[in-house]
Design a protein around this ligand. Structure first.
Ligand SMILES: Cc1cc2nc3c(=O)[nH]c(=O)nc-3n(C[C@H](O)[C@H](O)[C@H](O)COP(=O)(O)OP(=O)(O)OC[C@H]3O[C@@H](n4cnc5c(N)ncnc54)[C@H](O)[C@@H]3O)c2cc1C
Length: 323
């Protein structure tokens, strides 16, 4: 067994941010192990994506162009990864822990009877083994885990690793065929709708989030102004989503998105454990809350005890004048 593989998620000819992070992390692992890094670039018309994977540091690329591979269906992508892995026996298979990346790594590990390390936030190579850190118990504990034998399948949390940068590297793609025909794929894609507008929550450097404390849909307006000033993304607690004040795609937490921005500003959010599960790994957390005993203050590096309707506009004004 040898080689480190990384799945390169792509759409409309572009590599996703989380996959650029995965390539960066996989490159470090390959270098530590003294092995080649192979990118897996599957989709429709992905020649330019394959070139970009070389440029981001892949030594080799397996490419596949097929209509069945374009919509991110794990029933089409998974068997191709598994068949290639059975033939070439890589040491490590990595992917970003996006929705597709989680599905794909689970599928691959199950079919290869391999160990799966999911949603990792840090990693190191110890001898021949990749040891990863992953949050457990809703992020309250960090566990260090490794796979004892066989291929090591690993998914990486968004924004936990630096993105691979352009290297100027080029190479020749090894093209392979899809292994499942459309008629044999049990799910059909009837349409794809772009849901989020503005900066995506999982890619954002800065997130401003609102909870029940905003008091209603209109209470998000001052947060939106701060979001715009900072070039941030807008998040929300489940209480605000369940009340119908903001769509689910903004929800952060155990049953929403997991985010790790550089800065997370929680406004009128108490800091329930289920909310913390989605934002605990943020680098800097700022809490704005009327209640000095709100649990969010135990997690936050900076706390402002006050009414968000006073504090948030004051922050927006100050940032507007400084930026
Ligand atoms: C299985 C399960 C899964 C869950 N998943 C999630 C999840 O993914 N994400 C999530 O967020 N929750 C989740 N929850 C719900 C979670 O337990 C909490 O109920 C929820 O996070 C509370 O949201 P909140 O902090 O906005 O509301 P509250 O707990 O009601 O807090 C509102 C806060 O606003 C403050 N406030 C009020 N007015 C103002 C003001 N004008 N200025 C400043 N502060 C003000 C209050 O002091 C209070 O601290 C889940 C629960 C369960 C059981």
């Amino acid at each position: 067994m040898s080689g480190v593989w990384v799945f390169v998620e792509n759409r409309d000819g572009a590599i996703s941010t989380i996959s650029k992070e995965a390539i960066g992390a996989a490159r470090l692992v390959a270098d530590e192990l003294g092995e080649d890094l192979t990118g897996l670039v599957f989709g429709e018309n992905v020649s330019s994506v394959a070139d970009a994977a070389f440029d981001l540091g892949c030594d080799e690329v397996f490419g596949a162009n097929d209509e069945t591979l374009k919509d991110g269906r794990v029933e089409a992508l998974g068997p191709l990864v598994v068949e290639l892995a059975q033939e070439h026996e890589p040491d490590v298979i990595m992917a970003g822990a996006s929705i597709l990346g989680r599905d794909l790594t689970a599928w691959t590990a199950a079919d290869l009877d391999a160990g799966l390390l999911s949603d990792c936030t840090a990693l190191e190579v110890d001898d021949e083994t990749v040891k990863v850190t992953r949050p457990v118990y809703a992020g309250k504990l960090l566990s260090t885990v490794f796979v004892t034998e066989g291929v090591q399948v690993i998914s990486l949390r968004s924004r936990a690793f630096a993105q691979a940068q352009s290297t100027g590297n080029t190479g020749t793609v090894e093209w392979v065929d899809a292994v499942v025909e459309e008629d044999d794929i049990p799910s059909k894609v009837v349409g794809i709708e772009e849901k989020s507008s503005g900066v995506s929550l999982t890619d954002a450097n800065i997130i401003v989030s609102g909870g029940r404390g905003v008091g209603g849909p209109e209470g998000f307006q001052p947060l939106r102004e701060l979001v715009q000033t900072l070039g941030a993304a807008l998040g929300a607690s489940r209480a605000a989503v369940d009340a119908g004040w903001i769509p689910y795609e903004h929800q952060v937490g155990q049953t929403g998105k997991t985010v790790s921005p550089d800065l997370y500003i929680a406004c009128g959010i108490s800091g329930a454990i289920q909310h913390q599960a989605g934002m605990r790994t943020s680098k800097i957390i700022v809490a704005i809350n009327k209640d000095p005993d709100a649990p969010i203050f135990k997690l936050a590096q900076y706390g402002i005890v006050g009414d968000l309707f006073d504090v948030v506009p004051a922050l927006t004004e100050e940032f507007s004048s400084r930026l």
